[in-house]
Ligand binder design. Structure first.
Ligand code: ADP
Ligand code: MG
Length: 409
């Protein structure tokens, strides 16, 4: 965004200049776009979605749906005309498209910040910079790694990184583009299978736990955060998130929040950002934190905030892009969020509608189905948030819901 332009706050009303409603645009029409559109519309904004899929979940409910690719010059020009501010719901949108839009509109997050999150090597370098600028002993750095750009890099990978995980530098999500490699030979073979695209080799850590922090940073530099999420992944895909006071050791939790805010700060980030962390056992037996990756957008692990917090991550996205004030979200219920993958439509061997009526008979259950037309194994079709006054009750309900749905983890 051109930093000389200080756009006025976009109040959810009619734009003073041309007497048309303020319209907020989002690149991408998936479930994150859908929940953004819901939050924006609830506050009285018009919405516009750019997504080439005519059945995209957000496109179907938005006031405007531009059916075109993310780098389509004409569609970007229409988007710029139609919208008063633009955001994105996925990090693999071409950074150039965000740059083009920023000539006419406030765009958050900025193209430069999204570009950092698009490349694991650039991202890790940023984590290192951010850690170096933070207070010494409590700084949280990235997982030990080595870059893999050309053949000579293979030999330079330190032996201490094995067993390792090979990850493509770009375009990975939900564990895709990742291969476990036990040795240098296995690494060479796996890299060849990936056609020698630029990769990162990460030490495979013994994870005690995984957690994430969603922060929102406004144009004025004010930063707020959701309470820390503790996450369980199955097969590289988020399966479950738990949020309640004391879900992680207080000191570790405070450090993760501090690190996430520092990462946003050093990027001069505007928008919602999620940072994922690993909790690991250190040499001296105490628990430590390392940064895994970040997402320049609301995050699957933050969905619980819709029902369990007084401000959700999507409300925060609307506020950051319009310049509205941010206040610290407050958790008012303990929450368990279960992802609903396509598997549960298919796990009896034939396509069948899960017994939502039985699930919704349980107290504190909030069902989100994204309206995707086809259930596939591993595809995120929806999520279920369970709120309760204590985590024990939320877990009990989660267990019952899992039994109904056939979710075994
Ligand atoms: P994605 O972009 O697909 O989310 P991640 O790098 O977050 O990729 O990896 C997905 C999951 O795989 C993580 O949440 C974690 O469970 C596991 N994982 C990734 N990297 C490591 C690692 N270095 N050591 C141990 N487990 C890892
Ligand atoms: Mg991840």
């Amino acid at each position: 965004m051109n930093t000389d332009v200080k756009p006025a706050v976009l109040l959810p009303a009619f734009a003073a200049t041309d007497d048309r409603p303020v319209t907020l645009g989002v690149l991408g029409g998936g479930q994150l776009g859908l929940m953004f559109v819901h939050a924006a519309q609830r506050m009285g904004y018009r919405t516009a979605v750019l997504d080439p899929d005519p059945t995209s979940p957000a496109g179907l409910v938005s006031h405007h749906h531009l059916l075109a690719d993310y780098d389509d010059a004409q569609a970007l020009a229409s988007m710029a005309r139609l919208c008063d501010a633009v955001t994105t719901e996925f990090e693999n949108v071409p950074a150039e498209s965000l740059r083009v839009l920023s000539q006419r509109n406030p765009v958050s997050p900025a193209a430069e910040a999204v570009a950092v999150a698009q490349d694991r090597l650039v991202e890790k370098a940023h984590f290192q910079t951010s850690a170096a600028q933070s207070a010494g002993a409590t700084a949280v750095g990235p997982v030990p790694y080595a870059p893999l750009r050309e053949a000579v890099d293979l030999e330079a990978v330190d032996a201490s990184l094995f067993p390792a995980i090979l990850k493509t530098a770009r375009m990975g999500y939900d564990g895709k583009g990742q291969v476990q490699v036990a040795s240098r030979d296995a690494l060479a073979a796996a890299w060849a299978d990936l056609n020698h695209v630029t990769c990162v080799v990460e030490k495979r850590l013994d994870l005690v736990a995984e957690c994430s922090v969603v922060v929102a940073r406004g144009r004025d530099g004010v930063c707020v955060h959701l309470p820390l999420q503790v996450n369980t992944h199955v097969g590289g895909i988020l399966a479950r998130t738990e949020v309640f006071p004391g879900n992680l050791d207080a000191d570790l939790s405070a450090r993760a929040i501090q690190a996430a805010e520092a990462i946003a700060e050093t990027l001069r980030y505007v928008g919602v950002l999620c940072v994922e962390f690993f909790v690991v056992k250190q040499g001296d037996g105490t628990l430590g934190l390392v940064v895994n990756e970040m997402a320049p957008r609301p995050h699957n692990s933050g969905h619980y905030s819709i029902e369990a917090c007084d401000l959700s991550q999507f409300d925060l996205q609307v506020r950051t892009m319009t310049g509205l004030p941010l206040s610290e979200p407050r958790l008012h219920s303990a929450a368990v969020m279960l992802n609903l993958l396509g598997d549960i439509w298919l796990n009896t061997g034939e396509l069948r509608t899960p017994a939502w009526d039985h699930v919704l008979a349980l107290p504190g259950t909030h069902l989100h189905l994204y309206g995707k037309l086809e259930a596939r194994v591993g595809r995120k079709m929806g999520h279920l948030t369970i709120t309760a006054s204590t985590i024990e009750s939320a877990r009990q309900v989660a267990e019952e819901a899992q039994a109904i749905l056939g979710i075994w983890h």
